[in-house]
Design a protein around this ligand. Structure first.
Ligand SMILES: [Zn+2]
Length: 319
C-alpha cells in the first residue's frame, strides 16, 4: 500500500499539516488541510506531482475535525463527485464552531472563566471556524473503532484513539505495522489533549487526558515501526516518543498538583498562575485553560486533589 505524505501550509503557529495520499484503488486522502487558497493550491499541485487530480479522489478520511485537518473536505468532495467523507461521530467540530455551543459556555464558566474572557475566546475561535466548511450529518460516513477501510491492495484498520479530541482516529496498516495517527502523536510537539464536552453527555467533561494516555498505550501495543503524525516528520522510534510524552505529562501533573493549596481555587485561577503569559493571548487563552482543566481532572481522578462544586463553579483544594 503506497502511503504518500504531503505537507500543506496552514495559517497556524504549528506550521504545515500532513495530508496522506493513499495511492490505491479507491484513491483516498487522509486529512485535507485548511480551507485557504494557499492550502488548496498546494494540495492540487502536490497531488499533480503524484499523478493525481482532485477529481480522482474517491474517499476523504479525517483523523479529527480540527480546521487544519478537515477544512477543505467539502470543497474536494464537491469537486470529486461521489467522493465520500469518513469521520468519527464524536467529532462535533465539523458541525459547529469549537466554542459555539451552550455546553462549551457552561464548561468554561464551571472552570471559573469570567464571562467576558469566555466571550473573547469564542470570538477568536469564530475566525478559526472560517477555515472549514460545515458538514451536515448526511454528508459523512461514520468511522467506528476496528472498522476496516478497504483498498484493492489491503486494508487500513480504524483505531479510535480519543484524547486530542474525543473522536480522534488513527489508521493501522497491520502488514507493516504502520500507523497514521493525526495529532495523537507528533514528533516535535508536546501532546495536548483538549478539554471538550463528553459526546455521550454534553453536561459532563470528556476525560481527555485519561483517554489520551489509554490511546498512547494502545498505539504502543501494536509495536509500530512507523508512525505518521498530523504535523512534522514521520516517527520511527515510537517507544521513545511514548516515554517522552508520559514523562512530560507526569511533570505537568506534578506542577498542577503542587499549585493547589488548602485554599480553594478554580481552574481559571490555576491557569493564570501556571501560564501568566499565554493566558493573555487569543487562542492561547483557551489552550492554557484547557491544559489546566484536563490535568486537574486527571489529578482528581487519581485522588491527588479534591473538587467541590459551589454555585455552578468548581473549586479545587489540596486533600
Ligand atoms: Zn488537532
Amino acid at each position: 500500500m503506497k502511503i504518500i505524505p504531503i505537507a500543506i501550509p496552514t495559517p497556524f503557529y504549528i506550521g504545515d499539516v500532513n495530508v496522506y495520499l493513499i495511492k490505491e484503488d479507491p484513491l483516498t486522502l487522509i486529512d485535507v488541510g485548511p480551507k485557504t487558497k494557499e492550502a488548496s493550491d498546494a494540495l492540487r499541485e502536490k497531488l499533480q506531482t503524484n499523478g493525481v487530480k482532485i477529481s480522482d479522489i474517491r474517499r476523504i478520511v479525517l483523523t479529527h475535525a480540527h480546521e487544519d485537518h478537515c477544512g477543505l473536505a467539502k470543497q474536494i468532495c464537491d469537486e470529486a463527485k461521489n467522493a465520500e467523507i469518513y469521520v468519527h461521530a464524536w467529532e462535533t467540530g465539523h458541525l459547529f464552531g469549537r466554542l459555539a455551543g451552550d455546553e462549551h459556555k457552561s464548561l468554561m464558566l464551571r472552570a471559573g472563566v469570567p464571562l467576558e474572557i469566555f466571550r473573547q475566546m469564542r470570538e477568536s475561535y469564530k475566525d478559526m471556524s472560517l477555515l472549514t466548511d460545515t458538514l451536515n450529518e448526511s454528508e459523512f460516513v461514520e468511522l467506528k473503532d476496528e472498522m476496516e477501510i478497504e483498498f484493492a491492495g489491503g486494508v487500513l484498520k480504524v483505531l479510535h484513539t480519543p484524547g486530542h479530541t474525543p473522536g480522534s482516529c488513527s489508521f493501522l496498516r497491520e502488514a507493516n505495522r504502520t500507523i497514521i495517527a493525526g495529532d495523537c502523536v507528533l514528533k516535535r510537539f508536546t501532546p495536548n489533549p483538549i478539554v471538550s464536552p463528553d459526546p455521550s453527555d454534553p453536561n459532563k467533561r470528556f476525560k481527555s487526558l485519561a483517554e489520551y494516555l489509554v490511546s498512547l498505550a494502545r498505539i504502543r501495543s501494536f509495536a509500530p515501526t512507523l508512525v505518521y503524525g498530523g504535523h512534522g516528520e514521520a516517527i520511527y522510534d515510537y517507544d521513545e516518543i511514548f516515554h517522552r510524552y508520559v514523562r512530560s505529562i507526569d511533570e505537568r501533573q506534578k506542577t498542577v498538583v503542587d499549585s493547589i493549596s488548602k485554599d480553594a481555587a478554580t481552574a481559571w485561577d490555576v491557569a493564570n498562575k501556571l501560564f501568566p503569559d499565554a493566558i493573555k493571548k487569543d487562542v492561547h487563552q483557551f489552550l492554557a485553560v484547557s491544559e489546566t482543566i484536563v490535568h486537574l481532572d486527571y489529578a482528581e481522578s487519581q485522588g491527588k486533589i479534591a473538587v467541590e462544586l459551589k454555585e455552578g463553579t468548581e473549586f479545587y483544594r489540596k486533600i
